[in-house]
Write a protein that binds this ligand. Structure first.
Ligand SMILES: *Cc1c(COP(=O)(O)O)cnc(C)c1O
Length: 231
């Protein structure tokens, strides 16, 4: 399990290097380790290195892992996969942050279901910046409007925006898409919304995302290796 140490340190080094290259403070870019499909032992191993935030795609999988890791109360669980209506109630309990909010009806359910003693649930609005790869996410020109409505919900803390770049090796194209997400954040701020999080960039394109202002990168493969089907 210590084999994860080199990989995790390597990703941290990539983040620091990219931040410096683009004139940014490395501590302004946080690392969300994406643990979907990997077992609790893998999460424990990376937690031992100092990692605290983990991203999951499925509500049920995260609920089971959270229960299995109850001895580590300082873990933060983040949903980055699409959220179905009928899972919203459970999700409001399992997660500390949900990055895949792309319609108001879901946000309303999350807000209503969040128990007051947990404090407001942090949410990001997911924006479709690739226009193709995924159907998830609101169109860029509708993002600020949704953010405004979400920000008004009492059980939620509207923190910013999340996007998934289209897989391409062309850095210029990567940056173009991430710039769209940055523009959402800037437009929301200009309206006075208290947003500060830009979640963009994964194993293959985190440098381009950091260049465009990412405050969080979501990395699975570069830490844990390839996800095997059926794992
Ligand atoms: C799986 C996933 C990631 C991690 O991708 P890697 O290429 O393994 O780093 C990041 N974001 C989302 C939304 C994902 O579903």
């Amino acid at each position: 399990m210590d084999s994860y140490e080199n990989a995790w340190q390597g990703v941290r080094a990539r983040i620091a290097k990219a931040a410096s290259a683009f004139g940014r403070d490395p501590s302004a870019v946080s690392l969300l380790v994406v643990s979907k499909t990997f077992p609790v032992e893998a999460i424990k191993a990376v937690h031992r290195l100092g990692q605290r935030e983990f991203g999951e795609n499925y509500v049920q999988e995260a609920a089971e892992k959270r229960a299995g890791l109850a001895e580590l109360p300082d873990l933060r669980w983040v949903l980055i996969g699409p959220l179905q209506r009928n899972k919203a109630k459970v999700a409001a309990d399992v997660f500390d942050r949900i990055e895949s909010v792309d319609r108001l009806a879901i946000a309303e359910r999350l807000s209503a279901a969040r128990r007051a003693e947990r404090g407001p649930l942090e949410v990001l609005v997911q924006v479709n910046i690739s226009n193709e790869v995924t159907k998830s996410g609101v169109a860029p020109d509708a993002a600020v409007r949704l953010a405004r409505s979400v920000a008004a919900l009492p059980g939620l803390a509207m923190r910013g925006f999340m996007g998934i770049g289209e897989p391409t090796e062309e850095v210029g194209k990567q940056r173009e898409q991430f710039a769209l997400l940055r523009q959402c954040l800037e437009a929301a701020r200009a309206e006075g919304l208290p947003v500060d999080v830009l979640s963009m960039g994964m194993s293959a394109d985190l440098e381009a995302a950091i260049a465009e202002g990412a405050t969080e990168v979501r990395v699975g493969t570069a830490v844990f290796g390839d996800r095997r089907v059926g794992r």
